[in-house]
Design a protein around this ligand. Structure first.
Ligand SMILES: *Cc1c(COP(=O)(O)O)cnc(C)c1O
Length: 326
């Protein structure tokens, strides 16, 4: 595969080998309470327990491992609202590659601190007035850095697909799979893996109600752009799907669902209280959608990706203590 061809399942398989020994094989958890409530067998792939706390380590490591010696020497640049930043910073540090990270000024404090902690050189921008992609391209051009975007890159997509590959290899074919959706790196990679390893599986992407550009794009057949959505799911505040991710989603995904912030908080609380899982708001998208459709899941084998667990601890406390949600 070159950097400009559309990824296939073989690229997910190659990524799995490339990141072995670097990425965690994250645990798959079950909950008797959930199984009883759903009347289904539900398997949670816990990417909140991935290195740096989210699946994004997979795609970042897969991309950086393919750098040439020249690219490694010059360094990597990326833009991210958080987890991809940490993923690039940590992967780069492990591989001895310098990293520049362009982050929004209002990114969660925990994510900024972690990115700096992993050795990333952070450049701040205003997410409501400035174009991060342009800032990234300028840095790449002027300083010879290689830009690795958070989702729209074949190596990133292939790496993200390894989480679902592991899940299906561990528990067997699934009837239904729920995947969190921002720009679609995780969903398109997961769909490549699921279509190959569990061909009859119904694949759902799940995004925040306030930012349903993916659903609009899927249903209209073209990439729809929206303003930065206001939602607690900060990992899914993307404005549009990508030129690589969208065709894969169109081809392999069955539908895109949405959930509200209140549903995310209710799911976050449930996971904390009943399953002892710390999931960030975006990480709850899949489970929240599954809960909303549990009648449809009866008797089925269901996979849910918990995509990450990086939530500012004070904010997490507020979510759990909130009185306005069910
Ligand atoms: C980035 C991210 C997502 C969305 O992934 P995309 O590849 O942009 O669709 C979901 N959950 C978490 C925790 C993330 O960090």
């Amino acid at each position: 595969m070159t950097e400009t061809t559309r990824p296939e399942y073989a690229d997910v398989a190659a990524a799995a080998e490339r990141i072995e020994g670097y990425a965690n094989k994250t645990p798959v958890m079950t909950s008797r309470t959930v199984n009883e409530e759903f009347g289904a067998d539900v398997f949670f792939k816990c990417e909140n327990l991935q290195r740096m706390g989210a699946f994004k380590f997979r795609g970042a490591m897969n991309a950086l491992r393919q750098f040439t010696p020249e690219q490694r020497a010059a360094g990597v640049v990326t833009f991210s609202s958080g987890n991809h930043a940490q993923a690039i910073a940590l992967s780069a540090k492990l591989l001895g590659i310098p990293a520049r990270i362009i982050m929004p000024h209002d990114a969660p404090a925990a994510k900024v601190a972690a990115t700096k902690g992993y050795g990333g050189n952070v450049v701040m921008y205003d997410r409501y007035t400035e174009d991060r992609e342009q800032i990234g391209r300028e840095l790449a051009e002027k300083q010879g850095l290689t830009l690795i975007p958070p989702y729209d890159h074949p190596h990133v997509i292939a790496g993200q697909g390894t989480a679902t590959k592991e899940l299906i290899e561990e528990v067997g074919p699934l009837d239904v799979l729920f995947v969190c959706l921002g720009g679609g790196g995780l969903l398109s990679g997961s769909a490549l893996a699921a279509r190959q390893l569990s061909p009859d599986c119904t694949i759902y992407g799940v995004e925040p109600e306030a930012g349903n550009d993916g659903q609009q794009s899927f249903r209209s057949g073209k990439i729809v752009h929206i303003d930065t959505p206001k939602t607690i799911a900060d990992g899914a505040q993307t404005q549009h799907l990508g030129h690589y991710t969208f065709p894969l989603i169109q081809k392999y995904v069955n539908d895109i669902l949405t959930v509200s912030d209140d549903e995310l908080i209710a799911s976050m609380k449930f996971m904390a209280e009943r399953m002892k899982i710390v999931a960030e708001p975006t990480g709850c998208l899949g489970f929240a959608a599954a809960r909303a459709r549990k009648a449809e899941l009866s008797g089925k084998k269901v996979g849910i990706i918990i995509s990450g667990g990086n939530v500012d601890i004070a904010r997490y406390g507020e979510f759990l203590a909130g009185k306005s949600v069910s």
